[in-house]
Design a protein around this ligand. Structure first.
Ligand code: ZN
Length: 365
């Protein structure tokens, strides 16, 4: 064969691998989707104060204002579960967020009580730590009784039992840290910027939070039954203030998860140690998964691993962790991936864009 023919053949053979490498996506996708869920609506008014102030109306106004403000950020996309006074079933709210492959789910509500209780609190899904939290979740969950077929649809839940969601918290477990982080930012803003009573970040078994597969919070923006707070929640200034505080919390959260390692810890680029094995013309990665599904390469989709790269190879998407010429470093990353549960993960090598057996580069003695 002539040299040019060989070159062409090599080119054709390696084409799929070159394409595979070209398809590797950057660490974080630009699209950041926030689903804003105005609680209740339509035939479900939610709580009320003297029949005059309805939770569904205040929740909707605040939800729309949060979206309006966040939409000004060019890389944030807003999806609403409702934009008007309509009834949306509880499981559909979560389904909307899951279909949108959202990065955040924020449910907006108001509290009510027969005392003059006041203040704002933000919930993440978890065990009811005390009776009060349980009562709040129970009241919000009771919406399902207005839905058709609720016995079948929500058969897994027993809304009257504080323990009923214990076995069901798993779905949100991996998002818990992120949910708490966002919830804390919301409460911080309420307290620091609006000088409102901070009833803190809490956990309880909200059905609507259990249905989503992304960091999710439920904000009880205040008590419509408190004379003063009810007036504030019902005023356009109050609604604007609250929406602004929530929107700013989302912006802060987003900056945190997209530019830093989670929880604000700067990513540490490891120094090359003297004894490290470095192969100059090779790039090592840990292949952690192969799937027909195209997943966003976000940490919460990969058990908290950051910098995941996705590559379409044939019919499958391959997911890689790490990108380094330092073999010692990639071995450390392999151990990390395995510890996170990717027990079948292994190291692959790329040379000039061509995927190879990593062992070919390393002489193991
Ligand atoms: Zn509510």
């Amino acid at each position: 064969m002539r040299t040019t023919t060989i070159y062409i053949l090599v080119f054709l053979i390696t084409l799929p691998f070159q394409r595979a490498l070209a398809n590797l996506k950057p660490v974080d996708s630009k699209r950041f989707v926030v689903v804003i869920d105005a609680g209740h609506g339509g035939k479900d008014p939610g709580k009320n104060a003297r029949g005059a102030i309805l939770e569904k109306d205040i929740a909707l106004k605040i939800a729309l204002l949060i979206g309006e403000e966040l939409q000004k950020q060019k890389d944030i996309e807003i999806v609403y579960t409702r934009k008007t006074d309509v009834f949306v079933e509880l499981d559909e709210r979560g389904a909307i967020a899951n279909r949108a492959e959202a990065d955040l789910f924020i449910s907006v509500h108001c509290n009510a009580h027969n005392s003059q209780a006041s203040g704002a609190e933000t919930y993440v899904l978890g065990l009811h730590r005390n009776k009060t939290n349980f009562e709040v979740a129970k009241a919000e969950n009771e919406v399902i009784y207005l839905e058709d077929n609720y016995e079948e649809k929500y058969a897994q839940y027993n809304l009257n039992s504080p323990e009923s969601l214990i076995g069901l918290t798993l779905m949100q477990e991996e998002f818990l840290d992120q949910s708490i982080q966002l919830a804390s930012y919301v409460q911080d803003n309420f307290r620091q910027k609006l000088h409102r009573k901070d009833r803190s970040v809490k956990q309880a078994g909200f059905v609507v939070l259990h249905q989503t597969v992304m960091p999710s919070i439920l904000i009880e923006t205040g008590f419509i039954t408190n004379t003063e707070e009810g007036r504030y929640l019902n005023s356009s200034k109050g609604q604007r203030d609250i929406a602004h505080a929530v929107a700013q919390a989302v912006v802060k959260y987003k900056e945190n998860v997209t530019t830093n390692d989670f929880l604000g810890v700067k990513k540490v680029v490891p120094a090359v140690e003297v004894n490290d094995v470095v192969v100059k013309d090779a790039i090592f990665k840990v292949q952690i998964a192969a799937s027909s599904r195209s997943l966003e390469t976000k940490p919460y989709n990969f058990k908290g691993l950051r910098g995941i790269q996705r590559s379409k190879e044939g019919k499958l998407y391959k997911y890689y962790y790490g990108d380094t010429s330092n073999y010692t470093e990639i071995e450390r990353m392999l151990r990390e991936a395995k510890a996170k549960g990717y027990t079948t993960a292994y190291i692959v090598a790329f040379k000039n864009g061509i995927k190879q057996n990593a062992n070919d580069f390393i002489n193991k003695s």
